[in-house]
Design a protein around this ligand. Structure first.
Ligand code: T4K
Length: 370
């Protein structure tokens, strides 16, 4: 008999009544996209919720990165050679492939073995005359060493874009983590803590950058007969905004449920597996529950055993990106490669029942004792 599958995550589905109310409004207004009222409402609500300014909604987290690169001028070649950006190899492919897609060469620097974020000590060695930017990732919602990274960037006159796709709502030292860098980007993909089915956002440090980005995401059009700059289509639409508003209305319950799942895992597994080390002054968002095993063999064995029992843990983020040929990286990144080979993300979502979670914990602990 086949058993129900427990996926690594399950999109948060808000109440139908709430979503229907927003959709009724869309039907009444007959306004579907191009900076509609729900997009404007969601922009304001997110700025308030996150405690940030200069937030721009866009089509997805990948385009959020690409627009940020364009606005901050890091895609411009340096003396006819491609610009470079220093980034982490331990992340989802979109972080680095979006650079390459825009003609910027990703240059990898290795991660910290405990936090799994870009190690600032490795950044300076990777800087060349072609470097225009640093692109760290708050991986799994953990905070990068923002003060040190921002200081390195200032010293070398580089832009900093934080890929904060996993860091929705995370606070560091009591303030939004998204306030660091010239820009920070979010992904609102269905699998994220907060989502708009597909979607994303950019939080700019400077208002003038926000204003330029607003034009760029609408083909550079600024009026019925004016096209001010080169642009693209990266707009969020009203149906996506309706989903976002409905999810945001229920954020508290979602976070509470995830926090309970996260803490139960931590209590049961922190003595037997390596967990991500976070700074003390971090208010976490319970977006992921990654664990690192003693060897790749063990991680793969546990993943296979869980799969046999209907549980889909995922090897986020495998492989370490310096091994992806299309990115054209040169050097090996041993720490990232090692962590990527031994990591598994365990199922975490608001609807994960305590009984199912206990099953997962029991499977893992039994396998570790075997
Ligand atoms: N930067 C970083 C650091 C990122 O992590 C991401 C995205 C980006 C940039 C780019 O942002 P976006 O352009 O995507 O907005 C997923 C997501 O597709 C991706 O958004 C996310 N990171 C990445 C970490 O995870 P996959 O390939 O693992 O997705 P998939 O389809 O295997 O789904 C994962 C699990 O979720 C499945 O086991 C089942 C469940 N699921 C998924 C979907 C789509 C559902 O139950 N229902 C669903 O509708 O990449």
């Amino acid at each position: 008999m086949s058993q129900p599958i427990i996926p690594v995550t399950r999109p948060y589905l808000p109440s139908r009544e709430k979503l229907d109310q927003y959709i009724d409004g869309i039907y009444e207004r007959n306004w579907l996209t191009n900076n509609g009222p729900l997009v404007q409402e969601l922009t304001q609500r997110l700025e308030d919720y996150l405690g940030v300014e200069n937030l721009l909604l866009v089509t997805n987290g990948t385009l959020a990165l690409q627009i940020a690169y364009k606005v901050l001028g890091i895609t411009e070649p340096v003396k006819q050679a491609p610009a470079e950006a220093i980034t982490t190899p331990f992340t989802f492919i979109a972080t680095a492939s979006s650079l390459k897609w825009e003609g910027v060469q990703p240059v990898f620097a290795d991660i910290d073995p405990d936090t799994w974020c870009l190690d600032p000590a490795n950044i300076e060695a990777a800087i060349s005359p072609n470097t225009r930017a640093i692109l760290p990732v708050h991986v799994f919602g953990n905070a990068c060493e923002v003060e040190t990274i921002d200081a390195i960037a200032q010293k070398h006159k580089l832009k900093v874009i934080y890929d904060a796709s996993h860091a929705f709502g995370v606070k560091y030292k009591g303030e939004s983590l998204l306030k660091h860098g010239d820009a920070a980007t979010l992904s609102f993909h269905a699998t994220k803590l907060f989502h708009t089915v597909e979607g994303g956002a950019i939080i700019f440090k400077r208002k003038e950058d926000l204003e330029r980005a607003k034009k760029m995401i609408n083909f550079g059009i600024t009026g019925p007969e004016t096209i001010e700059c080169l642009g693209i289509n990266a707009k969020l639409n009203e149906l996506q905004a309706a989903m976002g508003l409905s999810v945001l209305d229920e954020m508290e319950a979602n976070l509470k449920a995830r926090s309970e799942v996260w803490h139960r895992y931590e209590q049961s597994l922190s003595q037997v597996l390596q967990l991500q080390v976070k700074p003390e002054k971090l208010d976490y968002n319970y977006a992921y529950f990654p664990v690192v095993f003693e060897s790749e063999e063990k991680a793969v064995q546990v993943a296979a055993m869980l799969k046999e029992n209907g549980v889909l843990a995922r090897r986020y983020f495998y492989p370490s990106l310096e091994s992806v040929e299309s990115l054209g990286a040169e050097a090996d990144q041993p720490i990232s490669k090692d962590i990527a080979s031994r990591i598994l993300c365990l199922p975490i979502f608001d609807q994960l029942s305590q009984a199912d979670q206990q099953k997962i914990i029991n499977f893992i602990t039994a396998e570790l004792e075997a």
